[in-house]
Design a protein around this ligand. Sequence first.
Ligand code: SAM
Length: 296
Amino acid sequence: MRIEVRLFAGLRELAKQKAVMEDLPSGSTVADVISRLSNRFGQEFQKQVMGERGQPSELLRILVNGRNIASLEGVETRLKDGDVLAMFPPVAGGEMKIASYNGEDFRIEPDVYEPAEDTFLLAENLDVRRGERTLELGTGCGILAILAAKAGARVTATDINPAALECARANAAAHGVADRIVFHLGDLFEPVAGKRFNLVIFNPPYLPIPDQDSIGTPLDLAWEAGPDGRAVINRFLNELPEHLAPSSRALFVQSSLADVEKTIRALEAKGMRVEIVARRKLSFEELFLLRASASF
Ligand SMILES: C[S@@+](CC[C@H](N)C(=O)[O-])C[C@H]1O[C@@H](n2cnc3c(N)ncnc32)[C@H](O)[C@@H]1O
């Protein structure tokens, strides 16, 4: 029996992983597949997906052929040859976490994106200057907006997820920069209609997710980006020029999973200069940090 398994979210290294389980005895259950995956991916998988007693975590979400099955009761579901099993390991799973960057701590509330390699690639290359009007789209826990504010920028930060904004506000207060960041709930540039900035930063969702696998909770929207991974980035690129002041720039993350070349061509077609500022190879993708400069 052959089952295709897609693992999303949770551990960055496991995210987007597509595993094919061959030679499963006919009549195998979801639990059998989980146990094989644990053998394949080892301790980290165990930690993320399995609970303390070797049972799948209550928070694990499992889909069989796009149909949501309740986590623990669903593990006894029998699979048929050719089934597609999608698994969403818990991420912020109900508990508050702390992310540390350069010795500084940021609270990550449940349902808020936990800073990862993409966040840190941007953080390490955040060349913001004092006094610059800076916009961060999709601020998550606020880490990048806070780093920009600490560097002296006047920051506007948005997110579509109310839990993210609440978390970011709390972090901004804890870091003593609440008066230097204005937060807005909303979709992309919608909360800053008619406004222009010296710097726009964005770590967008870019994980290709077929429509039938989309979960669409506020947390899932941190990475789900349509079948080609470009649902959010295409809209961002279209609207970006209207929000750039003269001689300004945008600094944003792209992944090899979502056609970086297409992004570069789209920006060049708008008369912008594009450079790859940094890149980082991970197991299943390569991350790129792009800088697009306005030539107007
Ligand atoms: C990959 S996370 C990045 C979070 C944070 N900036 C970081 O680097 O850790 C993407 C963020 O964008 C937000 N987001 C997704 N779609 C959005 C949209 N259309 N408009 C505004 N924010 C959006 C998500 O809620 C999430 O917080």
